[in-house]
Design a protein around this ligand. Structure first.
Ligand SMILES: Nc1ncnc2c1ncn2[C@@H]1O[C@H](COP(=O)(O)OP(=O)(O)OP(=O)(O)O)[C@@H](O)[C@H]1O
Length: 543
């Protein structure tokens, strides 16, 4: 929250507070002059000149109030939009290094909710928290001082009622509402995560118990969200009652106190309505305080969740003093041990593996032997706990991350396919590839039919669901082949293919001049161009 407030501190926010205060004061002055004008007119002055200054005042304050309000809104929105842009940029800057390894434990919907809903909630910090609080102090203070010039006793009452309405009532409401705000933030996030999980895994969910369990979970999240909203509505009702009642008390007190002076002949009658209506108008200074206190809990919770996300430690970090990228593309794992956070046993222990420049190596081994982990280490999605991984003789940890990832293309076992077109998915591999390049690589990986049916610019469905698992794997392979990387890391690219297609893909890779490290369960399908490394044999026995 402190970090958030530091982001909005500055002359623009101060200007918004001053303009907001002027709006309130113009409103109060408009009521006061109108009151004086009516009283003055009722006294039937012999000449209109007596009323002229009051008529001018009413016009002036009426017009200025609208103009100043407009200016205040412009400045407030400007500060808000700048804030949101900065928070989003900072959050994405912090999130990017977390991907992919440090985000594997995060639910996608939860991430989406934090990046979208929580950041949206932070927008309110300027318009609903900082500016209304500043206006309450500045405009409230000026109104009390001006009232004191007419009636010090009324000023004391006004100050006390402003504190009641601006501090005591909202503080009590906020205290009661804090739990509700937290519950609402949690319920929103759970609902987003559950909905996204449900949509993503719809086929699995339906094939289980027809979706009954998933719908029950979703229903429970909805109930929690509804309950949180009901609690918030109850609080709003009570605070609305106070907001309407307290200014009425102020009006009556002002009429009584100033009226006593008028009756005693010590105060001009013109000031009676002026002061009473001015006092009524002054309560607008704290009109935003109730909302400010009630949103403060939600904003604090959202800021905390955004901060916590940004403070996660990335699985790999940029080197302080990066070395230039080496010329060669030989890949070596030397005495590598990798243990996943929280895992009982290491996935890899003291592994040595050398893949020479241009060599074709196939990793085989039982499920869970650590084949995919080798690829994750090679692309520096993770760092080894012991040993080192080198490219062209240089430790990957000493090379710039972007550089490593431009030299090694990784087609994961369950590749990410964006809900865009075939072309957008392929251009993730090489952004400047022409349509002809894309068609050629699709033919190479046996996706010519898909390209013909779907079209290069046809939608592949959410997460590529209009493609079969084998087609998605070949799309990822095509993406890797298209890239300018000189090392291809391919995780079971032939897993879902029929034998003829698998053989043609392996032949294509065997002919590729680049270094290829391939994970496969089917060592028998490989010809003499491939060196097979069995991880079960390569990794020393686990302790
Ligand atoms: N992100 C992770 N967090 C924790 N443990 C993991 C993670 N990824 C893999 N593991 C564990 O590490 C071990 C090696 O996994 P890996 O995916 O590298 O094996 P694999 O040989 O590729 O298996 P498969 O052939 O089934 O794909 C397994 O025991 C697995 O459960």
């Amino acid at each position: 929250m402190r970090e958030l407030l530091a982001l909005v501190r500055g002359p623009r926010t101060a200007l918004a507070v001053v303009l907001g205060s002027l709006t309130v004061l113009c409103g109060a002055a408009l009521l006061a002059t109108a009151g004086a004008l009516i009283t003055g007119a009722a006294q039937r002055p012999s000449t209109l000149l007596v009323l002229m200054p009051l008529i001018t005042g009413v016009r002036l304050f009426g017009v200025s109030r609208a103009a100043v309000r407009y200016a205040e809104r412009l400045v407030t929105h400007d500060v808000t939009l700048r804030l949101v842009a900065r928070v989003r940029a900072r959050l994405l800057e912090r999130l990017t290094p977390l991907a992919p390894a440090a985000l594997t434990g995060a639910r996608g919907g939860e991430l989406l909710s934090r990046v979208r809903t929580d950041v949206d909630e932070l927008q309110g910090v300027v318009a609903r928290l900082v500016v209304p609080t500043g206006v309450a102090v500045l405009a409230g203070g000026v109104a009390v001082v001006l009232t004191a010039l007419v009636s010090p006793a009324t000023a004391v009452v006004l100050a006390a009622l402003l504190v009641v309405l601006g501090v005591a009532v909202p503080a009590a409401a906020a205290r009661a509402g804090r739990a509700a705000a937290l519950a609402a933030a949690r319920a929103d996030a759970d609902l987003a995560a559950d909905s996204l999980d449900l949509v993503r895994g719809l086929a699995d969910v339906l094939s289980g118990d027809g979706g009954a369990t998933a719908l029950r979970t979703l229903g429970a999240s909805l109930d929690r969200q509804e309950e949180a909203e009901r609690a918030a509505a109850r609080l709003t009702a009570v605070t609305t009652l106070a907001r309407e009642g307290v200014p009425g008390v102020g009006l009556v007190a002002a009429l009584w106190l100033v009226g006593t002076g008028v009756a005693a002949g010590t105060t001009s009658p013109l000031l009676l309505a002026a002061c009473a209506l001015g006092v009524l108008g002054a309560f607008e200074a704290v009109a935003g305080s109730g909302a400010a206190w009630s949103v403060a809990g939600g904003i604090r919770a959202a800021a905390e969740r955004v901060r916590a996300l940004g403070e996660q430690r990335p699985a790999v970090t940029e080197p302080g003093d990066p070395q230039p990228l080496p010329a060669g593309s030989a890949l070596r794992l030397e005495g590598v041990t990798l243990r996943y956070p929280g895992a009982a046993a290491p996935a890899l222990t003291g592994l040595d593996l050398a893949v020479a420049d241009g060599e074709k190596v196939a990793l085989t081994g039982r499920s869970g032997a650590g084949k995919s982990s080798v690829l994750a280490l090679a692309v520096r999605a993770r760092d080894p706990d012991a040993g080192r991984v080198t490219l062209g003789g240089t430790d990957l940890r000493r090379l710039p991350l972007d550089g490593v990832r431009s030299r090694l293309a990784w087609a994961a076992q369950a590749p990410q396919v964006l809900g865009g077109t075939l072309a957008t998915n392929l251009r993730l591999g090489r952004h400047d590839a022409t349509d002809d390049d894309l068609l050629a690589v699709l033919v190479d990986v046996g996706l010519a039919d898909v390209a013909a049916t779907l079209g290069l610019h046809g939608w592949v469905g959410e997460g590529g669901e209009r493609l079969s698992a084998g087609e998605r794997a070949r799309l990822a392979l095509a993406r890797a082949l298209l890239s300018r990387a000189d090392v291809l890391l391919l995780d079971e690219p032939t897993a879902h293919l029929d034998p003829a297609l698998a053989a043609s893909v392996l032949d294509l890779l065997g002919r590729d001049p680049r270094t290829v490290l391939l994970v496969t369960h089917d060592g028998a399908a490989l010809d003499g161009r491939w060196r097979v490394v069995d991880l079960d044999a390569a990794v020393p026995a686990r302790g």
